[in-house]
Design a protein around this ligand. Sequence first.
Ligand SMILES: Cc1cc2nc3c(=O)[nH]c(=O)nc-3n(C[C@H](O)[C@H](O)[C@H](O)COP(=O)(O)O)c2cc1C
Length: 217
Amino acid sequence: MTDLEAIYERHSVRQYKPDRIEEDKVKELKSKIDELNLEGDLHLQLIEDAGKTYNRLINRASGLGSAPSVIACVGKDSEDLDRRVGYYGEKLVLFAQTLGLNTCWTGTFNRKNTEADIPEGYRLVICIAIGYGKDGGRVRKSKNASQVSEAAGERPEWFDKGVEAALLAPTAINQQKFMIRLGVDDKVEFIDKGGVLSQVDIGIVKCHYEIGSGRLV
Ligand SMILES: Cc1cc2nc3c(=O)[nH]c(=O)nc-3n(C[C@H](O)[C@H](O)[C@H](O)COP(=O)(O)O)c2cc1C
């Protein structure tokens, strides 16, 4: 499965089977995490036993309490930390999808109960639930391309493909509060229109856009 195929396959999954992730897949995930941490200067961590990360009522109600494992998204605190977490975290989410695993980004979890390693000066931004879903999730409502993108001149095919992939990006409460702007010089900008965890969203959107358009921004 390619990353683009993974984008189309992925949906947030909140109900998980009790099965643990097999050792060989844990190894693959950890090696991908090492690679992404190096590239993004992050401290993402796979916590194999989610423990009581999702014991809040809201998580139990949605089913997330069933997630066997969790990825803690930690990094040295900086202005662009949330954005980097979104960008590299989504690369990991898509990689997990290619391994047949399911995920859900979660801004809501029990901070006190995570086993994450958070050194001095570092921050735990968000967690990602991971495991084998009871199903693969479902297609949800989405804005359309004209609501989230604008171009100064012609819209090249690669731009439209990038926007299409960006519309499939997970965003907090499905807010999709972003704008992708194509300038005259083919320069692409991602505009944050605000909202909860919107900088994490922007990083995720950029990841999808780059894969869809086949161009790095
Ligand atoms: C930054 C962020 C935070 C999220 N937080 C939660 C959460 O706390 N609980 C939850 O059930 N889903 C959460 N989600 C999942 C979104 O609700 C989901 O991505 C959105 O509804 C779009 O659906 P899709 O992922 O299936 O495309 C979050 C997603 C993102 C990107």
